[in-house]
Design a binder for this molecule. Sequence first.
Ligand SMILES: [Fe+2]
Length: 462
Amino acid sequence: MFASIGVYPKLSCGLLSACMKDSQELEISTDSLEAVTSVNRFVDELLGVGNNAQVILKAVEADPACAIANAQVAAFYLFFGKSEALTLATPYLEAAKENLAQANEREKLFVSAIEAWANRDLQQAIAFHEIIGDRYPRDLASVHICQYHQRNIGNSQGLLQIAEKVFSANQENPYMYGILAFGLEECHHLAEAEAAARKAVEMKRHNPWAHHAVAHVLETQGRLEEGIAWMESFADTWENTNLAFYTHLWWHTALYHLDADNFHQVVEIYDQHIWGRGEKDSAREQINAISLLLRLELRGVDVGSRWQEIAAYLYPRLHEHAIAFLDLQYIYALVRAGKDDWATQMLESIQDYATRALPYTRKTWQEVALPAAKGMIAHAQGDWQMAIAQLEPVLPELYSTGGSHAQRDLFEQVYLDALIHASKYHKAVNILEKRHAARNNIPLIQRQLANAYTQLKASTSS
Ligand SMILES: [Fe+2]
């Protein structure tokens, strides 16, 4: 939207250096119209989760001294989720820092935020994005990145607060409503989230971030038929969506089918739209695939050789430790693929990383991610007692490893499965009753609950 119609360059907005304004009236320190046009397109791609975010490279080609364009290229690579992301981002981050002298305050804050991200200090990065939000609320690219970090450190309130902070300055922007909706959803304000996301889609139909926010609401509320209809009605707009996010949208669609016991459709979606549709070395594609395979297996579906196909791409992840939530799933896939030696290497690497992670995240790695990783390995190996022992104490803390509610529900499902296998029916019933109260129309939960009560009755009468 903004890329094509919203370039309003204004020269000389500062006294000492050339600058122009982007489509949001934010000053950019450059005298290159082409650089500004590319920045506008990049922001549009970012907020629209498009597949052409690499357009930001053109901004740097047009003006190699533009600090914020360089920082945005670095952000583009860091977002990418490839194992070599940092290597690709670093030269652009360095170029951004070398050109700070002619940058304005917002640009300096943005460069600092991206540098903190590259250093894995998400807390620091968020602090810079919060200042940008206070002083330059029209900078929605900054808000988008801030929300990404908030999600990765498990701060739902932060997700919502940054959206609310900038809302009044962006009420004409359809992307704003999707940003707000996801924050509302993660804070369990489901009705408001759905209303905001539907408003976003009314304003702009091709708005996958808003499609996604509604998908979360419908999943949480067990509105399966509505969910399938909603997602399928917008699937035609996803062809130009970022491939990793494309797989995530289909992952959400598959969840409704999974909950409805339509396993054939789930496998079909997996094969057609998830694994191999995008880039197999993308972290997000890998996670969508792993998460779906695991959920299928928890329902007794034979997934064939699909674990092995993923595992071949996981070797570069063994020592990465970007986000704990991701590691817990990588390590599970390694075991299920028969790569126990890689899983052992990864566990040792997590153990080592947990001692040297940044202070704000060390507790999560040491006290949550490490036992959870042991629990996931144990479940993948069929060691139910060990899985229960490792997962049970950390379940309430798993939010701090990152991911959304819908994604992290996987860990409760794994724990529940271990309880059932280990005939711990009292504990299983406690969880199942809560799951049933939240969504009373899910056949699997109904079957598991009925079976658990039958088993309990049998054990007390014998
Ligand atoms: Fe999602």
